[in-house]
Write a protein that binds this ligand. Structure first.
Ligand code: FAD
Length: 494
């Protein structure tokens, strides 16, 4: 491949600058399983820099092989924010200065955040005003533009929808280098295209995100089930109930030793004696994870509501654990694990993750086949499993979901620290492949989330009836297929 050098980029006058020495660092991501070396890294000093760079590549026309990838925090799994021989735009260079909270004046509160801003910083800023975004991901050291290009799903999605359902406006640099403001009222087609659009239609340089009053504290609760049907019945009842918890997730534990003992470092058992007798070895267990917000003066009301809700559930009574933490501590909980894993050298390892969206009608047969049969343990990383409701997802966005009112997010979040054996990429991929094959053979209507398909044929199958719209939008907003080449959806014509 022809690799462009500094000469190709020299006509550009920028507020920021290009670098070349740090290209190898941009050829890495959280997945740690593939590497595409870019030719140059743009550290934009302004939105105009991004527009100038993309516009310049556009002006070079079809014959130039140059592509442009926006890089958020590089937390993709399979090269999605990389660009072989192209330009990587380090979106984090543009964060901070334009983070602005707007409240009062008779309009619902919102924050304007740069596309390269980390969600944790958005939270810190909005908390200064007693406000916070409504919908989250489990981990906040991801960028606004990065998660909005996927969907952004966590335990609040059942109530508020994913993060893409909580955006009022976007500023976007299209694949032609135009800077466009868009919203449901203005340039709506581009607005919905970019949400969940895998970076294909433009680079999100600013997002206007809806806010709500932030609580000071949350009660964070975990309970266990041994019966999958009662676990999912309770999850579904809770996400459909009017009065319910504020966050509802769940995870699967397979053949883990002393699981409740591990929880004791951060959670209090309601019944310490019974909890200490509980054996998790050799069993498949399902943990329901919940929170309820409170502020301090309303702790009694919160406790009454929690007690009433828990009394309706069928969990194993001796396994109720809880803790009270600040809202910030709860939302930033995965970072606490990150710090521990980093200290053990276990963060920057390969992550052969598999994220699936499974329709409610298939979740029981899926569980029967996967938990305990294909997967004999859950020692390589968490397995998330929780339901969300389709009515909270806007079907005008680019996000692909199963066609059923309730569907489950099931995340197999494996780490692969060893080169061979149980903790290797090969082992995890073998299991992932068996799970995907089962879904395909049983035709259960599964869709992948954060998918890493490698051919357009696979992407067409993924989008199904929505492919036509996706392709039309690509021709409109990025006709030369310059943007986000690492998604491998539209090869650049050259
Ligand atoms: P990158 O990985 O850098 O980019 C992702 C894609 O978007 C690339 O194609 C890139 O080119 C494009 N892109 C980046 N910035 C922009 C922009 N400003 N405009 C247009 N396109 C852009 N996801 C969930 O939904 N829920 C979770 O709970 C969740 N938890 C996670 C926990 C961890 C530990 C990790 C590593 C990831 C998690 N994710 C979760 C996945 C996350 O949404 C993706 O990794 C996503 O890619 C965000 O990462 P990023 O900001 O680093 O973006």
């Amino acid at each position: 491949m022809h690799v462009p050098d500094a000469d190709v980029l020299s006509p550009l006058t920028l507020d920021g600058h290009f670098t070349f020495h740090d290209a190898p660092a941009m050829a890495r991501d959280f997945g740690n399983r593939c590497s595409l070396l870019p030719a140059a890294v743009l550290h934009p000093g302004s939105v105009s820099d991004i527009a100038a760079a993309v516009g310049h590549v556009f002006s070079l026309g079809e014959r130039s092989p140059l592509t442009v990838a926006a890089r958020g925090h590089g937390h993709s799994l399979m090269c999605q924010s990389q660009a072989a021989g192209g330009i990587v735009v380090k979106m984090e260079s543009l964060r901070g200065d334009r983070l602005q909270v707007v409240h009062g004046g008779g309009v619902p509160p919102f924050v304007d955040a740069p596309g390269g801003e980390l969600w944790i910083n958005v939270l810190h800023e909005t908390l200064k005003y007693g406000l916070a975004p409504k919908s989250w991901t489990d981990y906040l050291h991801l960028t606004v533009g990065g998660t909005l290009s996927n969907a952004g799903v966590s335990g609040q999605a059942f109530r508020h929808g994913p993060q893409v359902s909580n955006v009022n406006q976007l500023e976007i640099v299209t694949g032609r280098g135009d800077v466009v403001t868009c919203s449901p009222e203005e340039n709506a087609d581009l607005f919905y295209a970019a949400l969940g659009g895998l970076g294909q239609f433009g680079i999100i340089t600013r997002a206007r995100i809806a806010l709500e009053p932030a609580p000071k504290m949350v009660r964070w609760i975990r309970v266990l089930y041994s019966d999958f049907a009662s676990f999912t019945e309770d999850q579904e009842m809770l996400i459909m109930a009017e009065k319910t918890f504020d966050y509802i997730e769940g995870f699967v534990i397979i053949n883990r030793t002393g699981i409740l003992n591990n929880w004791r470092t951060s959670f209090k058992p309601q019944d310490p004696v019974q909890a200490s007798r509980f054996q998790s070895d050799g069993r498949v267990l399902y943990c329901l994870e919940l929170t309820k917000k409170f502020n301090g003066d309303d702790v009694d009301t919160m406790e009454q509501e929690v007690t009433a809700l828990l009394s309706r559930l069928g969990y194993i009574r001796s396994t109720m654990f809880h803790t009270d933490v600040t809202y910030l501590e709860f939302l930033d909980r995965v970072h606490t694990s990150e710090v521990k894993l980093r200290a053990q050298g276990l963060w920057e390892v390969p992550h052969p993750w598999l994220n699936l969206l499974i329709p409610r009608s298939s979740i029981q047969i899926f569980a029967k086949e996967v938990f305990g049969k294909i997967l004999k343990d859950s020692n390589n990383g968490p397995i998330l499993l929780y339901p969300v409701n389709k009515s909270k997802w806007d079907n005008r966005t680019s996000v692909v979901i199963p066609d059923e009112e309730i569907f489950y997010l099931v995340g197999f979040l494996s780490s692969a620290p060893s080169l061979s054996g149980h903790g290797s990429v090969a082992h995890a991929m073998n299991l992932n492949n068996q799970i995907v094959e089962f879904c395909e053979e049983a035709d259960i209507g599964m869709k992948q989330y954060l998918a890493a398909y490698t051919t357009q044929q696979q992407w067409k199958a993924h989008f199904g009836a929505r492919w036509e719209t996706f392709e039309r939008r690509k021709h409109t907003y990025d006709p030369l297929a310059i943007l986000a080449p690492g998604q491998r959806i539209f090869p650049k014509a050259s």
